[in-house]
Design a protein around this ligand. Structure first.
Ligand code: NAD
Ligand code: ZN
Length: 359
C-alpha cells in the first residue's frame, strides 16, 4: 500500500505576507460573533507582534509558554481555556486556531484545534490515526524554521508515558503563512539548532532505506538550501531556510527519520532537552552511521561557533538510562528506515546505551 497523504491546503510565501493574515482569516470568520483563537509564543509578548495581530472583538489571544516542549496536560489546559471562552457564544467552536511561533507553538495550535472537536485528553490520541473527528480550521505562522512542523501530519507531545505525536490527516494545517521576516533575527544558537533539525531530516531521509524519488527530490533540495544557509552567507538566507524547512518536512513525509531522531526523543523525554538541541547532541556521535553528514554538520557548527553541551548523561540513574533506551527503541520505523528490516540484530540495547553514555 502506498501512503496517500494529506498536504497543507493553502500556502502563502513572501516577505511581509504576515500582513495578509487578517484577510485570509476573514474568509473563515462565520457570522458576527465569530471567534479566532491566536496561540502565540510568549517570547513575542510586548515585541514584534504588537499591534500586528488581526484581532477582532471577541477573539482570544493566548500567549503560550514553550520553555518546556508541549505536554498533553498543557494542551488539555489550553483546550479548556478556549472552551470556556466559547461559553454563551453563538458557535460552539471558534472559527479558527492560529499558531504563531516555532515548532512547539505550531504543535500546540494543531493539538488544541484537534482537541476542541475530539473528546478526552490529548494523551488518548498519541499514536497513529486515532483522531475521529476533523479539527477546527487551523493555521500557522512559523517564527523559527527547521522542524517542518508547518507541513507535517503530526503534533509531537510529551504525555505521561511517552513522547509521541498525534499523527493524523486531521492534524495537517489548513493554511500556513510563510513570511521570512518572521524568522529574521531569531537568535543563535536557537536558529542553528532548529535549522539543523532540517539538515538532519535530510540526512536521515536520504540515507534511509525508505527513500523514494518523491522524498529524494525534496530532501536534496532542502539539503542544498541548508548548505547554502549554514556554509555560505547567501542573500535572502531566511527565505532559503524557510523553504529548506518546508522541503525537509515534505521529504520525511514520504520517508522517515532515523537513528538521530530516535536517540533525541530519549534525551528529550528523560532530560527535557528540546528537539533541535537534542538532535545536535546525538548527531555528533553518529559518525559511524552518517559519516558524510556528521562531517558537514561539524563544519557548520564550527563556522557558527556553536558549542554543544556535553556530559549530559554523566549523572543519570540506571533507571533513567533504561527509560531513555526504551523511549528510543519504541520508534521502530525510524530504526528500520536507518538500518533495514534486520535492524534488531544490528542495534542492541547495549549499543544504544553506549551511544547515550558518550553524550
Ligand atoms: P521551539 O518552538 O521549541 O522554540 C524554541 C525557543 O525559541 C523557545 O524558547 C521559543 O520561545 C523561542 N523562539 C521561537 N521563535 C523565536 C524567534 N523568532 N525569536 C526568538 N526566539 C524564538 O523551537 P523549534 O525548534 O522550532 O521547535 C521544536 C519543537 O518542535 C519541539 O517541541 C519538537 O517536538 C517539535 N517538532 C515538531 C515536529 C512536527 O512535525 N510536528 C517536527 C519536529 C519537531
Ligand atoms: Zn526533527
Amino acid at each position: 500500500m502506498f501512503r496517500n497523504f494529506k498536504m497543507v491546503s493553502k500556502v502563502v510565501f513572501g516577505r511581509g505576507c504576515f500582513s495578509q493574515l487578517g484577510d485570509i482569516l476573514q474568509e473563515k470568520r462565520q457570522g458576527s460573533e465569530s471567534v479566532m483563537v491566536f496561540l502565540a509564543d510568549d517570547v513575542f509578548k510586548n515585541g514584534k507582534l504588537n499591534n500586528r495581530l488581526p484581532l477582532k472583538t471577541g477573539d482570544l489571544i493566548i500567549w503560550v509558554n514553550v520553555d518546556d516542549e508541549p505536554k498533553t496536560v498543557y494542551v488539555d489546559k489550553l483546550t479548556t481555556q478556549v472552551k470556556k471562552h466559547m461559553v454563551g457564544k453563538q458557535d460552539r467552536h471558534p472559527s479558527g486556531v492560529i499558531g504563531i511561533g516555532g515548532g512547539s507553538t505550531m504543535d500546540l495550535a494543531k493539538a488544541v484545534s484537534l482537541m476542541l472537536t475530539n473528546q478526552g485528553s490529548a494523551a488518548d490520541y498519541q499514536g497513529w490515526d486515532l483522531i475521529k473527528k476533523p479539527a477546527v480550521y487551523h493555521a500557522a505562522v512559523p517564527t523559527l524554521s527547521g522542524t517542518g512542523a508547518e507541513v507535517s501530519r503530526t503534533t509531537v507531545l510529551t504525555g505521561p508515558q511517552k513522547k509521541l505525536g498525534i499523527n493524523s490527516d486531521h492534524t495537517v494545517f489548513d493554511q500556513i503563512v510563510l513570511d521570512p521576516e518572521m524568522i529574521a533575527n531569531a537568535p543563535n544558537p536557537q536558529r542553528f539548532y532548529t535549522g539543523m533539525d532540517c539538515y538532519i531530516h535530510c540526512v536521515e531521509s536520504l540515507e534511509g532505506t525508505y527513500l523514494n524519488s518523491f522524498s529524494q527530490a525534496y530532501g536534496e533540495k532542502a539539503m542544498d538550501l541548508c548548505r547554502e544557509v549554514f556554509l555560505t552567507d547567501p542573500e535572502e538566507a531566511d527565505d532559503k531556510l524557510m523553504m529548506a524547512s518546508y522541503c525537509g518536512g515534505m521529504s520525511i513525509a514520504y520517508s522517515q527519520v532515523g537513528i538521530c531522531h530516535a536517540l533525541s526523543y530519549g534525551l528529550s523525554f528523560v532530560l527535557g532537552l528540546h528537539h533541535g538541541i537534542g538532535n545536535c547532541v546525538a548527531f555528533d556521535y553518529l559518525e559511524d552511521y552518517y559519516p558524510e553528514g556528521v562531517r558537514e554538520f561539524r563544519q557548520m557548527m564550527a563556522r557558527l561557533g556553536i558549542d554543544l553541551p556535553r556530559n549530559l548523561t554523566a549523572g543519570i540513574t540506571d533507571a533513567q538510562m533504561e527509560k531513555m533506551v526504551d523511549v528510543a527503541l519504541v520508534l521502530e520505523p525510524l530504526w528500520e528506515n536507518a538500518l533495514g528490516k534486520d535492524w534488531k540484530t544490528i542495534m542492541t540495547r547495549e549499543k544504544i546505551r553506549d551511544l547515550y553514555l558518550k553524550m
